[in-house]
Design a protein around this ligand. Structure first.
Ligand code: ADP
Ligand code: MG
Length: 872
């Protein structure tokens, strides 16, 4: 490209673009951000903007599109969401004052993991930037991983060491769900990790070069950020990989942000073993924070438990749900805090009232640091500080050790509150554009300038009367015109009385016009007041922001304590509203629940009541509950409810039960229902078996395992054999608490053969051909599978269910053992020698893949069968 021939501005653009070839450059020109060439083509396509051209000195105009600067956030947000990065190029000087070409520079690169604008962030979700570094040491793979949320200043890191490093990394990614991931080249060899990121996240991946992880660079970066003694202060061993990951993350921030670095004040080291292990599949199955279908919040545990008042609380609650504790003492500290808040009705109400006025301190702090906070937002921070003493007091008044500790951690920030209150007006404008943010009495020049602007006329009038008095000229007037500005007009008859200090400016037919130094000064003041006032307000506001920024550490600590109080008070509120009890949590092997309920389904059942059920599980005689019962009886619900109750207890929440004793579980594993993994191209059976294999490999004695109808994806005998072998393996080799639901009746015989297996079933009442679900779990095996009755309940036409009964009777008659219940599945139908069913129906049945049918499709399919039957 012949860049010499282009216009100076385009030349400047090319210089800047050269440094950011992979980002879309938003190039500020006056009131617009403009994009050129390929960037313009991309942006106009993605944002549906009109593509135009710009004269650039060359014959061909440069393709161009633009967005107004005041609404750029939404456009940037959309590009980020589509996986692009945007470099913001600003005018670095006032175009009106610039001599020649306006100076421009990239002030920030916006990427999914470095967003700070509230319009681009979910208020109730953290936005994590992740950095992973891995290395082989003495034949073993290790990895350092760091997750940082620039918008809140939180940073956490840990070192992973595992025989299979891939799954360990994936588990961490699942915990934090980062929106952007920085990886070292070594990670590319972990195909499971790269496949996971590609298929299961929408995170942007940045490959960092090996040079980013050089020892010298890491040392310099860490020392620069955390001080020379960082290694000792932060407790990293010499061969720990965490600093590499942290340093790479900091360097990336340095490259892309101007201020992001200062926000990271410390890194919290967390150990994997501090939290309950939850595989990605289990998180999804238990619908902790989003539903399987629809991926919504409504219908999840988060939805039921969210009684928080603040955004900070909402984010922390989500984090707690994603990371249940395993230390009984830590859990009990939370539970006693909830208990105290639960009992202290008045203090809790006051606390929640105060919290409801608390703004998002964490994210406000970041925007203040970036200098992008508005006067209104800063005022909100001040108002929030004003609530802190009350929050402190109410928390301490409830009288639980954890609450007292949190109260201690809340800094009332009175100095900041006063600083803000003394600086800003009571109701500041949404932007500083037109001024009006600094309150009167804060700065004498501001007051004077405002006086002049608003009282300019008064000044003139008083100057006028003063001059009349001094000169004795009664008709002396002060006037204004565009050419001379302000002047003093004296009529011809009095020109002799004019003092020497007056300078003549203009002669009129019947008088003279003069100016004086005093009048000139006043004129300058009046005319320059507005401009000066705006500049001064900007300066004072910037000083305020930097004063607040200096207190980040105090703000951060306070924000975290407030967030915890909010979550705990929310637990107490949820407990009251939903009738939960405090669980007894200890290190025992027992899980004993009286009248347990499913926290989500009981909320979803409008009008009808949820039927509570008891549970007794341990690591001995009652280690495996084998649950049988017809479809729709409530097996899946019962098993999930037990998992959720254990999980709720371990995040410190009360639980939906009459009483609950939970021995801490170190992990929950689930294999539940049809998985959505079909999209990934694996057959259901393969997915199921991979998941079961995973469970058998990773479950420990203290884990809770839920197996829902395993072996369903293959033929009956294969399925039953696998199910039985799995049960034997778990009982004999792992010994963990397990809930196992199956519709294979034949498996109920295991109770006699295997130690620890107990038969249960979910009772149904049969009357003639109709059944009623009782939803009660009772000891012993189910007596029938009631498949046809359930089908009838589901609305299958009577002629079809009647026919099904007939087929079943024939099958039973031809079976060698009459008493043994027979599964009516499609294989046995096929086995039937002389099928009375018309051939086309059989054909259709052969071809259908039941596992992939939705209930609606299944119903439609039945109608289709019926129609075919009627036709033939
Ligand atoms: P299964 O796994 O045995 O086929 P599910 O657990 O899926 O049955 O339960 C089917 C439906 O029955 C649930 O969606 C729920 O609406 C209802 N249900 C289950 N258990 C209960 C209960 N204890 N009380 C009330 N309704 C229940
Ligand atoms: Mg089920």
């Amino acid at each position: 490209m012949a860049e010499q021939t282009v216009s100076p501005m385009m030349q400047q653009y090319f210089e800047i673009k050269k440094q950011h070839p992979n980002e879309i450059v938003f190039y500020r020109v006056g009131d617009f951000y403009e994009m050129f060439y390929d960037d313009a083509l991309t942006a106009s396509r993605e944002l549906e903007l009109t593509l135009t051209g710009k004269n650039c000195g060359k014959e061909e105009r440069a393709p161009m599109c633009g967005v107004p600067f005041h609404s750029y956030e939404t456009y940037v947000a959309r590009l980020i969401a589509k996986g692009y990065k945007v470099a913001i190029c600003e005018q670095m000087e006032d175009p009106a004052l610039a001599k020649g070409l306006v100076k421009r520079d990239i002030i920030r690169v916006v990427t999914p993991g470095t967003v700070i604008e509230s319009s681009m962030l979910d208020e109730d979700k953290n936005n994590y930037l992740c950095s992973i570094y891995c290395k082989r040491r003495r034949g073993r793979w290790k990895a350092g991983v760091c997750f940082a949320d620039i918008s809140t200043g939180e940073a956490r890191a840990t070192e992973l060491e595992a025989e299979k490093l891939g799954p360990a990394i994936i588990t961490e990614l699942c915990r934090f769900m980062p929106s952007e991931i920085l990886i070292c080249p070594g990670i590319l060899d972990f195909k499971d990790v790269t496949a996971y990121i590609k298929q299961h996240t929408s995170a942007l991946v940045e490959l960092r070069e090996d040079a980013c992880y050089q020892d010298a660079l890491v040392e310099a970066t860490m020392a620069g950020q955390f001080g020379a003694g960082w290694r000792k202060a932060m407790g990293y061993e010499a061969d720990c990989l965490v600093p590499y990951a942290v340093a790479a993350l900091l360097n990336y921030l340095q490259e892309t942000q101007k201020h992001g670095l200062e926000r990271i004040k410390s890194v919290e080291n967390y150990a994997d073993a501090q939290y309950m292990r939850l595989s990605p599949v289990t998180r999804a199955n238990l619908e902790l924070t989003e539903t399987m279908r629809g991926r919504e919040k409504r219908g999840t545990l988060l939805w039921v438990l969210d009684k928080t008042e603040t955004s900070m609380g909402k984010r922390l609650l989500r984090a707690w749900i994603e990371q249940p504790l395993v230390d009984a003492d830590a859990i009990n500290a939370r539970l006693s805090a909830v208990q105290a808040l639960y009992t202290a009705n008045i203090a809790r109400a006051d606390l929640k009232e105060a919290l409801s006025h608390v703004y998002d301190m964490e994210r406000l702090t970041t925007r203040i640091l970036y200098g992008s906070a508005t006067p209104r937002e800063v005022k909100a921070l001040g108002d929030t500080c004003a609530r802190l003493p009350q929050i402190r007091e109410q928390a301490a008044a409830c009288g639980a050790p954890l609450l007292e500790q949190l109260a201690q951690q809340i800094d009332p920030l009175q100095d900041l509150q006063e600083r803000i209150e003394n600086t800003l007006v009571d109701d500041p404008p949404a932007t500083l554009k037109d001024g009006g943010a600094i309150c009167s009495g804060y700065n004498s020049e501001v007051d004077e300038l405002r006086d002049i602007m608003h009282g300019g006329k008064g000044y003139l009038a008083s100057l006028e009367s003063k001059l009349r008095e001094e000169t004795g000229i009664p008709k002396l007037k002060i006037g204004f015109n565009k050419v001379f500005g302000y002047y003093i007009e004296v009529s011809r008859s009095y020109t002799d009385s004019v003092p020497d200090t007056f300078t003549r400016k203009q002669t009129l037919t019947n008088g003279e016009r003069y100016i004086t130094p005093e009048l000139k000064e006043l004129e300058n003041k009046i005319l320059g007041a507005n401009e000066r006032l705006l500049a001064l307000e900007h300066q004072l506001f910037a000083e305020l922001l930097s004063d607040i920024s200096a207190q980040i550490v105090r703000l951060q600590r306070t924000a975290l304590a407030v967030a915890q109080l909010d979550v705990l008070a929310g637990f107490a509120e949820a407990a009251l509203q939903n009738n939960y009890v405090m669980p007894e949590v200890d290190g025992s092997d027992r899980m004993e629940i009286k009248e347990g309920r499913h926290p989500v389904i009981e909320q979803m059942l409008k009008g009808s009541l949820f039927v509570p059920n008891d549970t007794l599980l341990d690591e001995g005689e009652n280690r495996m509950l084998l649950i049988t019962g017809p479809n729709m009886a409530g097996k899946s619900t019962y098993m999930r409810q037990n998992a959720l109750i254990a999980l709720m207890a371990q995040i410190g929440s009360f639980v939906p039960a009459a009483s609950a004793h939970i021995g801490v579980v170190d992990a929950i594993f689930t294999r539940v229902g049809a998985s959505d993994d079909l999209a990934a191209g694996q057959s259901t059976f393969m997915v199921e078996m991979t998941e079961v294999a995973e469970i058998l490999r990773h479950a420990s004695k203290d884990s809770l395992v839920i197996l829902d109808e395993i072996g369903r994806g293959t033929s009956t005998f294969d399925g039953m054999s696998i199910a039985r072998a799995v049960v034997e393996y778990i009982c004999d080799n792992i010994g963990c608490k397990t809930l196992f639901a199956t519709h294979y009746h034949e498996l109920t015989g295991m109770e006699q053969d295997i130690y620890g297996v107990k038969n249960y079933n979910i009772a149904v009442k049969k009357r003639g051909e109709d059944i009623t679900f009782l939803r009660r779990i009772v000891a012993g095996p189910a007596d029938d599978s009631y498949g046809i009755e359930v089908a009838k309940l589901a609305g299958l036409p009577a002629s079809v269910t009647k026919r099904a009964h007939a087929v079943l009777r024939q099958l039973e008659a031809s079976a060698p053992d009459h008493n043994k219940p027979i599964q009516l599945d499609f294989e046995t139908v096929e086995a039937y020698n002389n099928p009375p069913v018309p051939s086309e129906v059989v054909e259709k049945l052969h071809n259908v893949d039941i596992e992939t049918l939705t209930p609606l499709e299944a119903l439609n399919f039945l109608y289709e069968l019926k129609n075919t039957l009627d036709k033939e």
